[in-house]
Design a protein around this ligand. Structure first.
Ligand SMILES: NC(=O)c1ccc[n+]([C@@H]2O[C@H](COP(=O)([O-])OP(=O)(O)OC[C@H]3O[C@@H](n4cnc5c(N)ncnc54)[C@H](O)[C@@H]3O)[C@@H](O)[C@H]2O)c1
Length: 421
């Protein structure tokens, strides 16, 4: 098995490797056996799935590699067909239904992009690794602790198979964030003593139920408003900042304690806002706030206060001047760069493997949600090791397996009440 490089090692070597690959595309033939072409399948042909596919193809152009879309899969036939036809996928490789991913994975794709709602991710990721595919998977990667732990296990299997796994947390591939992280590690702001992270914005979208839709159709189309499919917005959206906090601090929180509620959302069963205190130990706390209420003040980002300075995520950093290694990226667009890093790691036989890290960030977000829903403090051990905790085996239903068996039972469209949930 190839050792998995650290991001820093990868950055140091990537510029040279990129140049040599451009000059020698036959390296891919060596990396992928006899096959000289990148063959990609997309599972989940919605907004981000189509975006990720375009980003993947642009990454291949940057690396001067031939790439072909060989399969599309979606719960709904019209979505799989639209994307498949746009990329010249033969009709027999365009799949629909809740088992469509299995059919896409039987094709000769060597990369698969997983971009369905996150409740399906643990099952789709396990099937992809079982089938020996390199994976790009959108964040978040689960909606409950059981799903996160499954992703960690699958990630280990992917590592033992030498597969590349990259998650859609694009800030980890963005030059400004990479540079600030390097500056913090070099002591620019001293040890981080606290911080705050934000995703305050609007309700992204609502899909109102139409005549003729089954419960299964409705929840799948309106997934962004149901905790069972999205994890709620602290998980689905704010995981980006939670992941930056984990990355910049270099450790996980020991507990989450917070609250939230629903004020105006007229569909689904999620909260409108969360306010969570994450205790990172050593008296370091990060305050997380996220809100989806249209017409309110918007703020998305991170601030970390160190003993001798401060850092605004990928923005302004105040403190000591430090020297850091040069960080080169191939694209100003981090959503393309993440695919460059995915493919290059595979080609260099130093595959990135984000599975454990993104599952942990997802789980931290889930801890915050559970705390707000129940009114309880949720400790990291409760969702990872303490089998006696009521949260350890918490499972959101309907599960991915329920969808495959179908039809599902629609959860109640009402939000949890802390102290009673
Ligand atoms: N990295 C980012 O900044 C970013 C931005 C937007 C969305 N996302 C993530 O991307 C994922 C998809 O979000 P989206 O905005 O594209 O949603 P979307 O609703 O536009 O697309 C989801 C697609 O998945 C399909 N689908 C649902 N269940 C499926 C199943 N079991 N099998 C196959 N297809 C299925 C739907 O029919 C739909 O076409 C989510 O996890 C979301 O959090 C990430």
């Amino acid at each position: 098995m190839n050792p998995i490089p650290t991001r820093r090692h990868f950055l140091q070597t990537s510029a040279i490797a990129g140049a040599s690959l451009a000059a020698a595309p036959h390296l891919f033939a060596q990396a992928a056996g006899a096959d000289p072409e990148i063959k990609v399948a997309l599972v989940g042909c919605g907004g981000r799935g189509n975006g990720a596919l375009g980003d993947f193809l642009n990454a291949c152009k940057i690396l001067k590699l031939n790439a072909k879309v060989v399969a599309t899969a979606d719960a709904f036939p019209e979505n799989a067909k639209r994307t498949g036809e746009a990329h010249g996928v033969p009709a027999e490789q365009i799949f629909s239904g809740y088992d469509a991913y299995q059919k896409a994975l039987k094709t000769d794709c060597n990369f698969v992009l997983l971009a369905t709602p996150p409740n399906f991710r643990p099952v789709h990721f396990a099937a992809a690794v079982e089938a020996g595919k390199n994976v790009f998977m959108e964040k978040p990667v689960a909606v409950d602790p059981v799903g996160c732990r499954a992703v960690i296990e699958t990630g280990k299997l992917a590592g033992s198979k030498g597969l590349a796994v990259v998650a859609g947390t694009q800030r980890r591939h963005q030059q400004s964030y990479l540079e600030n992280k390097a500056r913090i590690d070099a002591g620019a702001i001293g040890p981080i003593r606290g911080g705050a992270i934000f995703w305050n914005g609007t309700v992204p979208w609502i899909r109102d139920r139409e005549n003729g839709w089954s419960d299964t159709d409705y929840i799948t189309r309106n997934w962004l408003n149901f905790t069972e499919l999205s994890g709620d917005h602290i998980v689905e959206q704010h995981v980006h900042q939670i992941d930056v906090a984990y990355w910049f601090l270099g450790r996980l929180p020991v507990s989450a304690l917070g609250y939230g509620s629903r004020a105006r959302r007229r569909t689904g069963n999620q909260f409108d806002f969360f306010s969570i205190d994450y205790d990172f130990g050593e008296d370091v706390h990060i305050h997380s706030q996220c809100r989806q209420i249209t017409g309110t003040y918007g703020r998305v980002g991170e601030i970390f206060t160190g003993a001798t300075g401060s850092c605004l995520g990928g923005g302004k950093i105040s403190g000591k001047d430090v020297s850091i290694p040069e960080i080169k990226v191939d694209s100003d667009n981090a959503m393309i760069q993440e695919h460059v890093d995915l493919i290059r790691g595979f080609l260099e036989k130093k595959p990135l493997n984000d599975a454990q890290r993104i599952a942990e960030s997802t789980l931290v977000a889930i801890m915050g949600r559970i705390s707000a829903y129940t009114g309880e403090m949720v400790r990291w051990v409760d969702v990872t090791r303490n089998e006696k905790s009521p949260f350890f085996n918490l499972t959101c239903t309907p599960t991915a397996a329920d969808f495959e068996k179908g039809p599902i039972t629609l959860p109640k469209e009402e939000a949890p009440i802390p102290g009673k949930a």
